[in-house]
Design a protein around this ligand. Structure first.
Ligand SMILES: [Zn+2]
Ligand SMILES: [Zn+2]
Length: 281
């Protein structure tokens, strides 16, 4: 059978057998560096930045190009970081009767009899199991595979990681009634670290979000305002930063440090003709 046919067959038998984070292909420019900055030197006259006299100097930042796609082998950590920050904000926004609670980390395993279900169908059953063990709500991260200890290969073994709240009881009763095993595994050092790690090997599909929220933390029940990302600005004159092109002698020698800040002679640079935002292309 050809490869595409095999894939089709696999998805018919196990529609939830998603690909792992980072297992796709990068774009040509993923991980390459670009420059933004401010050439507005007139407005930099007589200004200081961290004790440096900015007179006649352009403000320069180096950034790594990222597509922010979870399947990209180069850029998935950027996707993971953004998702982790949003999720941590949402988790911390939940209070019960004016009190913050200690987050918990659970694993819910799908029984083999349900391996043929779709992810939304699995989620529904997992949610019911979570209610039975008195989980109040939280985030679900879907893992389609587990790693074989012997050789590090991955095999289809659907389960969900939950970071949320509650005081877990009736685990055994739930298992006997539903066949779904709930394990209370505990948070790593930090909630952020736990979420980042769980997202780093979750199952990815174009049709489903990697993270879903349920119970008291669902979108219908908990309203959270997320910080809007502001347009990057020049810290000296507060103009919007522009994409820059090197027009100085030889090759641009600025080091490739993501977020690196430099000051330079403005005659080495010109604004890239079409204005774009950071990370847009
Ligand atoms: Zn990429
Ligand atoms: Zn400026």
């Amino acid at each position: 059978m050809d490869l595409a046919g095999g894939y089709f067959l696999k998805m018919m038998v196990f529609p939830a057998d998603f690909d792992l984070v980072g297992s796709g292909e990068a774009y040509g420019n993923c991980g390459s560096f670009f420059t933004v900055g401010c050439l507005n030197v007139d407005a930099h006259q007589g200004m200081n930045l961290d004790g440096v006299d900015m007179e006649g100097k352009a403000y320069i930042e180096r950034h790594k190009q990222s597509c922010h796609r979870p399947l990209c082998p180069t850029c998935w950590p950027d996707w993971d970081n953004r998702e982790k920050d949003k999720a941590a904000t949402r988790l911390k926004a939940f209070v019960l009767k004016g009190r913050s609670l200690k987050p918990i980390h659970l694993i819910v395993s799908v029984p083999e009899a349900d391996y043929g279900l779709s992810v939304p169908e699995m989620r529904e059953k997992v949610y019911r199991a979570l209610k039975r063990v008195h989980c109040l709500g939280g985030m679900m991260i879907y893992h389609s595979k587990r790693e074989r200890k012997s050789d590090g290969s991955w095999y289809f073994s659907p389960h969900f990681h939950i970071v949320g709240y509650g005081w877990i009881q009736d685990v055994r009763k739930n298992y006997l009634e539903s066949g779904y095993i709930v394990k209370n595994v505990g948070i790593r050092k930090t909630v952020e670290g736990t979420i980042f790690y769980q997202l780093s090997h979750c199952g990815i599909s174009a049709k489903h979000h990697a993270v879903s929220w349920f119970g008291a933390l669902s979108y219908g029940k908990l309203h959270v305002r997320y910080d809007e990302k502001e347009d990057p600005m020049c810290p000296i004159c507060h103009e919007r930063l522009r994409r820059l092109l090197w027009i100085g002698p030889g090759k641009c020698s600025l080091p490739e440090i993501d977020g690196g800040v430099f000051y330079d002679d403005p005659s080495n640079w010109m604004e890239k003709p079409r204005t774009r935002w950071i990370g847009e292309d």
